[in-house]
Design a protein around this ligand. Structure first.
Ligand code: PRP
Ligand code: URA
Length: 210
């Protein structure tokens, strides 16, 4: 079955930084920096989901055509690994409000266990950007969008770093309206639900909790 609403973002900076992120010898500091740099490419790529409003702007000399974003942007990182994407996305969307969702996969069942929710109010003009570097089984992303949609997040996208085919299929099935942006569609999951070739545990590698 083909995937849909899936954009694989690629450029030379991403190729270099994804290699740094996959490398098992990369230390947390360099891991965070590479993830931060890739976030800028992802933010720019997902601009195709952003509508513009034309506005006049006064230059020192005359009136020119200008633009502003039509949607109010709400960033929602999934704790913990999504936290690394917040700062670079806030640089690109400085007016965004930020919600947080705490989900942790149970190591045996691989089902997400929720432990924290705090989100701003959503309106019809909200564009919600869920930030989570790993889309593995898809359980965490589906649980996050279930929660967000119940609270009125009507237009949503997922920004991830690496996706597994299993996760893309699950998200396509359960939230067909959600656009997925990622930098790699990897081969498969292993028996422990880790993405192959992947980069290991994104939260542990970001925060040094091995
Ligand atoms: C990781 C990752 C995703 C989830 C993806 O978080 O950041 O949230 O796994 O897996 P899934 O698609 O199979 O649900 P984890 O549960 O390891 O929590 P952590 O970030 O606190 O380490
Ligand atoms: N979560 C991770 O951090 N890495 C994986 O490969 C799968 C889920």
């Amino acid at each position: 079955m083909p995937y849909y609403n899936l954009t694989i973002v690629d450029n030379s900076f991403i190729k270099r930084d994804l290699t740094i992120l996959r490398d098992k010898n990369t230390l947390p500091n360099e891991f965070r920096l590479a993830l931060r740099r890739i976030s800028f490419s992802l933010a720019i790529a997902m601009c195709k989901d952003i509508e513009l409003l034309e506005i006049p702007v006064e230059t020192p000399l005359e009136t020119a055509k200008g633009y502003k974003f039509k949607n109010e942007v709400i960033l929602v990182p999934v704790l913990r690994a999504g936290l690394s994407l917040v700062e670079p996305f806030l640089e690109m969307f400085p007016d965004a409000n930020v919600g947080h969702i705490g989900l942790q996969r149970d190591e045996k069942t691989l089902k997400p266990v929720d432990y924290y929710y705090k989100t701003p109010k959503f309106s019809d003009s909200s564009l919600t950007i869920l930030l989570d570097p790993m889309l593995a089984t898809g359980g965490s992303a589906v649980a996050a969008f279930n929660f967000l949609k119940e609270r009125g997040a009507n237009k949503s996208v997922l920004v991830s770093l690496i996706a597994a085919p299993e996760g893309v299929r699950k998200l396509n099935n359960e939230h067909p309206d959600v656009s997925i942006y990622t930098t790699a569609l990897d081969r498969q999951l292993n028996e422990n639900g880790y993405i192959l070739p992947g980069l290991g545990d994104a939260g542990d590698r970001t925060f040094g909790t091995f």
